[in-house]
Design a protein around this ligand. Structure first.
Ligand code: BGC
Length: 419
């Protein structure tokens, strides 16, 4: 295989899914309400908050040279306006461990979970959120920006659009159960809203995943732009981007117009907010096929992953070609498969990378491939059942066991890094 020098090879994670005990977050609260929709709470998760050194060392040992992880807003700012020096020092340790191991950190500043206090204000439908988010980003990047070469402001800024389509009946395509679930967040009460007098308080329990109104689109895109500006001011050497959930939207005969409309909702609508970014994070898991009547059912006999969508690794190359129209360098910030059969993961990676390589040969600007995900982890509403990890985790002992797929990806990384 031929990949450019400096290509990033690694895996991606999110704080809430691996760190454990993300106590001040909205997700933690919703996992613990009566009749919670979560299959189980995140608990200690993979205890990565404590075990990060060993996890980073293991990745480096496997041959990976990059690691995407979140600096968790709910830890850095557990109360509105209070920035925890201890949390920032922790993430400094994580970043330093990456650099010491020769692992390039790709930091995400928001990956679905937010501080609990933000939920009380109306979360990502609250007009004051962009300002709050940008202030948090400014703090993190002032303190840690010198150690952060790549920073993603918001993970899957367009996920609300995916969820909205699913709810509207426009296609189960990918992961319907997870993405629908956050919308009716259990019946139990979350603490009574305690907002400042000048704030608009949302009556509902909105979180990032249930924010899919036009108002939310406006809040999320403004938050990205405000964050980018703040980051540029305090850490001009960090490359900034957003990440988007990009399904390979394929038109069936007669469905061309409808398919174009889906792609516009997922991608083109975000272009104005992305103008001026340094890169775009492309996140892809499968395809959807769109006919005149909307999203078509999975093809007869399709291989289906644990998440209910089609095994279709060819989607990644297709999406990269299409997303190249933004004119920005691209980084694959997520691509993966939930399966207990690790041989299928190896095959998934092989076919996905084949697509990336063919893109590169055609001049498509791809800078890295970060597989989702490092460890078997907390898959949001589904709990720990779906297995997306390159590395298995025994949650009773927190023992890590790399799978063949981890060695497979690591060997490719190593071969290419050696040229
Ligand atoms: C999210 C991850 C999630 C993964 C697999 C992506 O949408 O960014 O947090 O675990 O998909 O479902």
């Amino acid at each position: 295989m031929s990949f450019p020098d400096g290509f990033l090879w690694g895996s991606a994670t999110a704080a809430h899914q691996i760190e454990g005990n993300n106590l001040a977050s909205d997700f933690w609260a919703l996992e613990h309400v009566a009749n919670s929709r979560f299959a189980e709470p995140s608990g200690d998760a993979c205890d990565h908050y404590r075990l990060f050194r060993q996890d980073i060392a293991l990745m480096a040992e496997l041959g990976l040279n990059s690691f995407r992880f979140t600096i968790e807003w709910a830890r850095v700012e557990p109360e509105d306006g209070f920035h925890s020096a201890a949390a920032i020092a922790h993430y400094r340790d994580v970043l330093e461990a990456c650099h010491a191991a020769g692992v390039v950190p790709v930091v995400t500043l928001h990956h679905f979970s937010s501080p609990n206090w933000l939920m009380k204000l109306g979360s990502w439908e609250y007009a004051g959120t962009p300002e709050r988010f940008a202030a948090y980003c400014r703090t993190v990047m002032t303190e840690l920006g010198d150690l952060i070469p790549y920073v993603c402001t918001i993970n899957e800024a367009n996920i609300g659009r995916v969820i909205r389509r699913i709810i509207a009946g426009g296609g189960e395509g990918r992961r319907a159960p997870v993405e629908q679930a956050p919308v009716g967040l259990g019946d139990g009460p979350v603490e009574a809203p305690a907002a400042r007098a000048d704030e608009k308080v949302s009556g509902g329990q909105t979180i990032f995943l249930s924010a899919f109104t036009d108002e939310a689109f406006d809040v999320i895109t403004r938050a990205h732009v405000a964050a980018r500006e703040a980051i540029r001011e305090v850490s001009p050497n960090s490359k900034v981007g957003i990440t988007l959930a990009l399904q390979d939207v394929q038109a069936l005969p007669g469905g061309e117009k409808a398919a174009d409309a889906v792609w516009a909702e997922l991608f083109e609508d975000f272009l104005p907010a992305m103008a001026g970014d340094d890169f775009v994070g492309v996140q892809n898991y499968s395809r959807i096929r769109v006919g005149a009547d909307g999203v078509a059912p999975l093809p007869e006999g399709a291989e289906v992953t644990q998440m209910g969508y089609e095994f279709y690794p060819e989607a990644l190359g297709n999406v990269l070609r299409r997303a190249a129209s933004a004119g920005l360098p691209m980084m694959v910030t997520e691509n993966g498969i939930a399966t207990d059969d690790d041989a299928r993961r190896v095959e998934f990676i092989r076919l996905a990378l084949d697509g990336v390589e063919r893109c590169l040969a055609d001049g498509v600007d791809v800078r890295g491939y970060l597989h989702w995900t490092t460890l078997d982890n907390f898959e949001w509403m589904h709990g720990f059942k779906p297995k997306f990890g390159l590395i298995a985790v025994d949650r009773a002992t927190q023992r890590r066991t790399p799978k063949d797929s981890a060695r497979y990806l690591g060997a490719i990384a190593r071969r290419n890094a050696l040229g």
